[in-house]
Structures are given as C-alpha cells and as structure tokens.
Design a protein around this ligand. Structure first.
Ligand code: MRU
Length: 375
C-alpha cells in the first residue's frame, strides 16, 4: 500500500537475490527503517522481537528464515533444526507453522543440492499468494461496507478495528483493513476508529500510521473507549484480524478483541473477523487449548515516547515493583462473530460454514488422523 504516494510491501528480497529486507516495525510510527536479515538467527530474532509481527507476515518471514538456513546447510538435519527454531519464535499465530510446513513440504523430497533454490522459489510464491489472498479478502469484505454506505447515504461508514490487521501485518493489503482500503480507493466515505491496543500500541503506532499514509480518515481511541462509542451508535461495524481460528469458527486475536466482541453483541453491531485460510487451525474446534503468548511485563510497565525535541525514550509508567501480567491474545467464541471474511468468501463462524468454503473433512476425522500420527 501507499506511503507518501509510493507503493510499499513489508518484506522483499535484496538485489543480491538471497538476503531479506523487512520494514522494522519497532521504529514506526517515528521513522520508516528497514532491517536486512541474512541468517536463521536474524529471522528468528526479527519474529521474536517484533521487528515483524502480524500472523501472515510472521509466516512469510519464517519461510525466508528456512531459506536462509538452507542456503548455508541444506541437509535434513539443518532443515529440521531451522524448522524447530523458527516454530518456537512465537507460539500463537498458526501462520508461522503453516508457512514452515509449506517450505518443508516442497523441499523435503528435493535433492539437498537444490533445496535452497526450491525453498526460495516457494517462499516467493507464498509472498505473491499472501498478496492475492488479502486482495480477495478485500473484495469479499467490500460489499459489507457498501451495504452500510448505502444505508448511511453520504455519511461515512464508521469501522472499529483493533491491533494492526493492515498491510504492515501481512505482505500487502492487510486482512481486516483490505476491505477498508478497497472501499476508500473506490471513493466510499469510511472513517476508522483505531483502538490503541495496549500494551504494544499496534493501533496507535501501526494502524493509524498506515491508514494515515494511505489517506484513510481515522481517529485513535483508548481501548477502554470502544464500548462507549458502540453504545453511542458511533460505530457501524467492527472488523478485526486473527492469529489463529479454529475449525469451529472461534478466533484468537490480539488481547482486547474478546471484550470488543462482547460490547458489539450487546449493542447489536456486526462483528466480522477477516482471515486467510492459513490462519485456520483445522485440528481444533473451540480454541481453549491455543497457547496464549505471555509477553514481558515491561511492555506494560514502560512505554516508548518521542520527546518534543526528537529522541525516542523508554520511560516507566507503572508503580515500581508492582507485578504485571501481559497475555498477548484472547479467544473470541464463535457465537460472538457475525462472519469470517476469507479469500473464498464470507462464512458463518461455524464448522459447517468454514468447511462449506474450504471443503475440509469434519474435525472429528482430522483429530483421529492426528492421534494416529502421534501414537
Ligand atoms: O502481537 P502481534 O502484533 O503479532 O499481533 C497481531 C495481531 O493480533 C493481528 O491482529 C493479527 O495478526 C491480524 S492479521 C494481520
């Protein structure tokens, strides 16, 4: 998407043909800087320290992490070591495992001499697929905004989003923000309520940044203000992304999503989740067993600020010595979700809804197969 009228992606291969550039999201919104990844360790660190974040982008970075490892050592042992190391980088977003499995699937049976080449070729395919998938999510989500726009005549459609599910969390377009960009680019008046997303502030730092750079009208709100604006009928639609969805339609997304879904239900506001198929964990039905990442308590007790004369400082904002708990994600049960916007269309958040779009076998069969594999 656009920054200062120039089209950008979040990840690309250097002119050398092998090293990987990413936008360093820790530096946003204060400066647009890139980071060059040249080793498996670089890729793991980039995921772990949130240089890159957002479920689809974590997956693509991990895919390139395998490429970087295979470039140095293309043996089976190296492939498996890199797989396990990258898989452990962050626990919740299933796209990480999905992308690693994709690279392993296409390289496992390839002669080790050609493995690195095959891995890079497949990673490039995953990159392009991420872009086309998110574009399709945008196309399928657009009519929801168009219908609301028709009801509102020329007043803007007010959309609440949480965390960053825009192009910065993917390769391009975004998941939840893809329909918003499509609507904006089509001239439909939209206004986005961006919840700040404490403690990492992905809303204020990333979503507000990318919407502003693309020219989409938006207002930053405190996380705690979302229910108030819903009650005041200021919000027409909630649109969020996901880090892992279950075959039954429940969704794990950034902490605070569940509370927003409850408030939306109480106020009869449609609550949609946009996600690619690579975010669906077909082995789970309800999601209680999804590992919820527990992050450093310093994310809560400290905050990065830019002083008026320039430098960015990290300052303490909580009482010294207080314990702090920092779960990064929460589970929104399927019955609070109006629909799942995918690259294949919109599904009700149910097992039947998802399998009708993706023609998967019933979950009971998948779980039986897994038990056989693990026996
Ligand atoms: O901890 P993060 O920033 O990686 O969490 C990201 C989210 O929760 C996004 O909402 C999710 O990945 C949506 S898809 C871009």
């Amino acid at each position: 998407m656009n920054i200062d009228g120039r089209n950008h992606r979040t990840i690309w291969i250097d002119d050398d043909g092998w090293s990987v550039h990413v936008i360093d999201q820790r530096k946003l919104p204060f400066s647009l800087e890139t980071s060059r990844l040249t080793t498996l360790v670089d890729a793991c660190d980039a995921i772990r320290s949130m240089v890159v974040r957002g479920a689809p982008l974590i997956g693509i970075t991990a895919a390139y992490g395998l490429c970087l490892a295979l470039r140095v050592d293309s043996s089976d042992e190296s492939l498996m070591h890199a797989y396990q190391t990258l898989l452990a980088a962050r626990p919740t977003a299933i796209n990480l495992k999905w992308a690693l499995d994709e690279i392993v699937r296409v390289t496992r049976s390839v002669d080790p001499k050609r493995r690195s080449h095959a891995a890079y070729a497949h990673a490039a395919l995953l990159v392009e697929r991420d872009v086309s998938t998110n574009r399709a999510i945008g196309d399928h989500g657009l009519p929801i905004i168009e219908r609301l726009a028709a009801q509102k005549r020329s007043a803007p459609v007010n959309i609440l989003t949480h965390c960053n599910a825009g192009w910065l969390g993917c390769v391009d377009w975004g998941t939840a923000l893809a329909p918003v960009y499509k609507a904006h680019d089509k001239g439909i008046p939209v206004h986005v309520f961006v919840s700040e997303t404490r403690p990492r502030n992905q809303g204020g730092a990333l979503t507000a940044y990318e919407l502003g750079a693309h020219g989409v009208a938006h207002s930053l709100i405190a996380d705690s203000a979302a229910a108030h604006f819903m009650q005041r009928r200021a919000i027409d639609l909630c649109l969020v992304g996901a880090d892992r969805a279950t075959a039954g339609g429940s969704v794990v997304n950034k902490i605070g999503t569940y509370g927003k879904a409850l408030a939306a239900r109480h106020n009869q506001i449609p609550f949609y989740v946009a996600l690619p198929a690579s975010t669906i964990d077909w082995t789970l039905l309800n999601g209680e067993e999804i590992p919820i990442e527990e992050r450093d308590s310093m994310e809560l007790t400290h905050i990065a600020v830019r002083t008026t004369n320039g430098p960015v400082l990290t300052i303490q904002i909580a009482a010294p010595g207080s314990a702090a708990l920092n779960p990064a994600f929460d589970l929104t049960p399927a019955d609070l979700i109006t629909g799942l916007i995918t690259e294949r269309g919109i599904a009700p958040a149910t097992q039947d809804g998802l399998s009708s779009l993706f023609r998967r076998r019933p979950i009971e069969t998948c779980i039986k197969d897994l038990q056989l594999v693990h026996r």
